[in-house]
Write a protein that binds this ligand. Structure first.
Ligand SMILES: [Zn+2]
Length: 199
């Protein structure tokens, strides 16, 4: 009510982003006001483009602009291992290590009874479909080392048991309660190297 409507609308839009309070939103909105028009247009186009030009890979459910995604297209990668992660940022964190050469499956979330997210809300059915089709020998569960991530890993290990596939969980040493994407490369590399088979 204190700002002209266009600015108030932009502030409101920024506050809908995670981790942005009203003060930061106002600062960002006024920053946009001072930006060159071309830069603002590029910024707006980038925002629209992530919605219009990106979708889930039909194989691994990673966010992609080609289908299958570049990783699924790469036939030089090991087809016998699938590393299961919660989201695309975790995949990027693991790719950055350049150690892992297998496939991925991106769940696009984790099971969270607290937030009402059940197994049907994430990409578990898509994973099971891959297990019956493909020559998969090992599933590495690389969900986050927090309550939701552990619950998801336990659920998956039970679900996958009938397929007779080796199921491993990345080692601890990752900060408990933490987020995979923020782990440094050495910690992440060790966590995957030290993965244990779930019984
Ligand atoms: Zn893919």
């Amino acid at each position: 009510m204190f700002y002209p409507e266009p600015i108030a609308k932009l502030i409101d839009a920024f506050t809908r982003l995670p981790g942005i309070g009203p003060k930061t939103a106002a600062r960002l909105a006024f920053h946009v006001l001072r930006m060159k028009e071309d830069d603002v247009i590029d910024f707006a186009k980038a925002l629209v483009s992530v919605k219009r030009n990106l979708f889930y890979c039909s194989v691994c459910c990673n966010i992609t602009d080609t289908d299958p995604c570049k990783i699924c297209q790469d036939k030089s990668r090991d087809q016998s291992v699938i590393c299961v992660v919660q989201d695309s940022k975790d995949l990027v964190a693991i790719e950055r290590m350049k150690d892992y050469q297998g496939q991925y499956h991106v769940l696009q979330g984790a099971i969270s009874p607290m937030e009402g997210i059940g197994p049907e809300e994430i990409k578990i059915a898509e994973l099971l479909r891959r297990l019956s089709d493909e020559q998969v020998q090992e599933l590495i569960l690389a969900t986050n080392p927090n309550i939701e991530g552990e619950a998801t890993a336990m659920y998956l290990s039970r679900l996958v048991r009938p397929f007779g596939i080796k199921v491993t969980r990345i080692a601890h040493g990752l900060p408990v309660g933490g987020d995979l994407e923020y782990a440094d490369e050495v910690t992440l590399s060790k966590a995957i190297e030290g993965r244990r088979e779930l019984s």
